[in-house]
Design a protein around this ligand. Structure first.
Ligand code: GTR
Length: 436
């Protein structure tokens, strides 16, 4: 009896409850313990963005643009995100609502339904656009996907409620997998719309769930089935997962911008947070019509270096979110060193366009240092193309942004997009667009 004193029993009870209550959402992920210790990072060597698969070195801007860039893009496509189709030939843009007196007279509002197959019966997404009131010449825009429906980014009662699937959350206003009025404005703190308008920028957004709902259903809903060949039931191992589908949807928004005279298609700034930050980077890599790309707290499979295995890892993300990446990416579970790429090469695919990577001190799961290192190791490509890079090789302190051709900041606080982040992005975009 005396061998099991009360203290040991209490400790045991605590351990058992931690295991039960702290259980991750996926049973297979139960064994996962994130590493947050820099001294326990496994030894690794990053693939060189300027060395071709053949072993040849890339020495000129032309060799990068003509040979190595397409090669790196193909590697990410084949091993990480999957190949997506092009612009659907029958796509139609339908203006479903507009006003020149939105947001108390500060904005023009447009809501565009994008019918991917040219018919209401097919898959579709709703694009919400705000432009500064009295827009005459074409304005630059920020565009990004949102997590909770277009109606959640502002309290504006005229925004159509999202109609696609959303995870149930009665407290926030999602019931029977649909949005209700209660969720209007829910994510307003993440969208500094008025600040953008005041700075002369428009803001455009799409609910990611319109393009592909964020749960694994073997790719039966969303846009994937529209492109299946006869008899095909799911994407093959090198075809698009959900992140690539979301990225594809963002390119369809740019297709719309090209038809709207009030939007300057040469000044489209793409921004995404977290899973949608991973998406922004992949969309920006695939589609060079995005003039500036911003990754906010994108972490694993986004800006963070996979080989560091710090916080979330490839194994963990593939197990928690089996639909995000392509089938081939699962080959790299716990085998990050075998990846023919790492995420600094994704950042390098933006070159020579300005790119911004942002981290948060409280977001260790996304590996702030790994995000910074991606930005840093993308620099040789920026330099080869004759532009400046990040401008520092030391990780900046919290709240001390660096705005080179590559931007970086570590914001104090948690995993989120805040008005502070937007202030940096607006300043960065103004600098690179040559606006005073
Ligand atoms: C987490 C996931 C992260 C990040 C985040 C988000 O659960 O592990 O990679 O994407 O979700 O999107 O908020």
């Amino acid at each position: 009896m005396h061998r099991f004193p009360l203290r040991s029993l209490v400790v045991l009870a605590i351990l058992v409850s931690v295991v039960i209550l702290g259980r991750p959402d996926n049973a297979r992920a139960q064994k996962f313990v994130a590493n947050y210790d820099e001294t326990k990072i496994p030894a690794f060597e990053l693939p060189d963005p300027l060395k071709r698969v053949s072993g040849k070195r890339v020495k000129t801007a032309k060799q990068w643009t003509k040979k190595r860039r397409p090669e790196v893009l193909r590697l990410f496509q084949e091993h990480v995100y999957g190949k997506a189709p092009g612009r659907p030939p029958r796509m139609v843009f339908r203006l479903i609502e507009s006003s020149t007196e939105a947001l108390a007279g500060k904005a023009i509002r447009k809501q565009i339904r994008v019918l991917f197959a040219g018919t209401e019966k097919g898959p579709q997404m709703d694009l919400l656009v705000y432009l500064p009131a009295n827009t005459k010449a074409a304005v630059p825009v920020f565009v990004g996907l949102n997590f909770n429906g277009n109606h959640a980014i502002q309290t504006d009662p005229k925004i159509q409620l999202a109609r696609s699937w959303h995870r149930d959350d009665a407290g926030q206003g999602y019931v029977n997998n649909r949005a209700t009025e209660k969720s209007r404005g829910l994510s307003a703190s993440r969208w500094s719309v008025e600040r953008c308008l005041a700075a002369g920028f428009g803001v455009a957004t799409i609910y990611c769930g319109d393009i592909d709902p964020d749960y694994h259903d073997e790719f039966q809903n969303g846009v994937h089935p529209l492109f299946y060949k006869d008899g095909q039931k799911a994407p093959s191992a090198n075809q698009w997962g959900t992140i690539a589908a979301w990225a594809w949807g963002l390119s369809r928004a740019v297709d719309y911008f090209e038809t709207d005279k009030q939007i300057d298609q040469k000044r489209v700034v793409l921004l995404g947070h977290s899973r949608l930050g991973k998406t922004a980077l992949w969309a920006g890599a695939r589609d060079q019509r995005f003039a500036i790309v911003i990754s906010n707290n994108s972490g694993c499979g986004g800006a963070a270096l996979s080989r560091r295995q710090f916080g979330e890892t490839v194994w963990r993300i593939n197990n928690s979110f089996p639909h995000w990446f392509c089938g081939n990416f699962k080959k790299y579970d716990n085998r990050e060193n075998q990846l023919p790429v790492d995420q600094h090469m994704l950042v390098a695919l933006m070159a020579p366009r300005p790119v911004y990577i942002a981290s948060a001190t409280g977001d260790r799961w996304a590996d702030p240092r790994g995000e910074f290192l991606s930005a840093l190791h993308a620099e040789p490509v920026y330099k080869l193309l004759g532009t400046e890079g990040l401008g520092t090789d030391k990780m900046p302190k919290a709240d001390a942004p660096v705005h080179g051709r590559i931007g970086y900041h570590l914001r104090t606080g948690k995993h989120d997009v805040t008005d502070y982040d937007w202030q940096q992005y607006i300043a960065f975009a103004r600098k690179h667009f040559g606006q005073k």
